[in-house]
Every structure is written in structure tokens, then in C-alpha cells.
Write a protein that binds this ligand. Sequence first.
Ligand SMILES: [Cu+2]
Length: 228
Amino acid sequence: MSLTGRLSTAIGLFVVAVALIAWGLLAYLHPGTDGGYTNYTVGHTQGAPIDVTLQSVGSIGYGAHPTWVSYLQKNPTTGQWVHDTSMTLPANTVINMTIDQFDSGSPLRNQEFGQVQGTIGGTIKVNGKSIKLFDSNTGNGAAHTFAVPGLNLYVPLLGISANATNVCSTAPCGPSFAHNVITFSFKTGAPGSYSWQCFVPCGLGYLFGNGGPMSTLNYMGGFLKVVA
Ligand SMILES: [Cu+2]
């Protein structure tokens, strides 16, 4: 190959490499869109526990990114499933959480997240059975985690069987599809803004699985706005 040929090949490869790095960084750092907050404080009697219901799905099936994994939240007033992962909650209040988990799983990259932390009693219930520690190298692995680092709350969400034939592909997913019901309670603590997120790199097709839905609000993370 001539010198000019080799030079243009080298420049071409360099440009491609720079473009790929820039694309990867942008995908990784993309802050996502701003969402609303589902409000649980309206009409709340101080001290009364609050029920929050979420679902995690393998593909949301609609919107800007139909193939992305996502969480959805059941609006406490209307009972409708909404694509909104943030919530306004009263301070120092017990939250009774139910997560209907419809996605398949894999072993956790960090086994630390198999240890239930920060729930009342240190346990969660999976389909009614109480557990403290989940070995994600067994069974169907973990699909996602619900974690609020600011509250020291870490909950593994067990995956459905990879052989399940009735897998939900369009949210909101109804109870006839394969899923695990995970329930636990925690206390909101002092007023403040607490981010929550999934710690399973479930953003398939993105840099280390941490781009796309993992770095976009309303998919694999959100905020708890805890108010006095
Ligand atoms: Cu996830």
C-alpha cells in the first residue's frame, strides 16, 4: 500500500475510534429526561404506613425506547400504571413496597447486592417466602435491584425462569405473565432527596451495560423526594 493509502487508512481508523469513544461517553453520561413525582403525601395521616407498588419489565414495549428494561409505578390515586420512577413521600414513614418483577435474571456482578439490607427486619418476601440473602448464582439469578444508597437499602429482585413461555413484552404487565412478587418494608428517614437505582448492569447493548435505561430517569432509577 502506498504511503498516502496507509496514511488515509490510519486517519480513517483514528476518526472512527474518536467517534466511537465520543458516542460511548455520550450514551454513558446521558442524563435522561426529567420526570414528574408521584405524590403519596396527599391526604396522608402522619404516621400511617404507605403502600407503593412497582413493576420491573424486560421491555417496556412503548414510548421512545420500547426495547429497554424499565420500572413502572402504580399511581396510588388512579390505580393506573405510569412510566414514572420518582415519588414524593412523607419523612419517617414506613413504606410497604410491592414489586412485581417480570424480567429474567443473571448472577449479580457484586454478590454484596444479594444481601438484603435496610429493610425492616432485614428480610424481603419473594412470592410469600422470607429471605435475607440471595445467592444469585443459583436459581434464575437477579433481574434487577431496588437500591437507595442514601437509606442503606438494597433489595435483589429475583429473575423469572429463562424457560418461561409467558414472558411479558409490553408493559404494563398483568398477573397472568411470569413474574415474582417481592415485598418488603422500609422507613423513609429524614427529609431530603434520595436517588434510587438498579445495580444490575441491565442496559443491554450499552457500554458495560450501564448506558441507556441504566442512565435514564424513569427506566432503571429515580428519586425519592422525602418531605417533612
Ligand atoms: Cu436493572
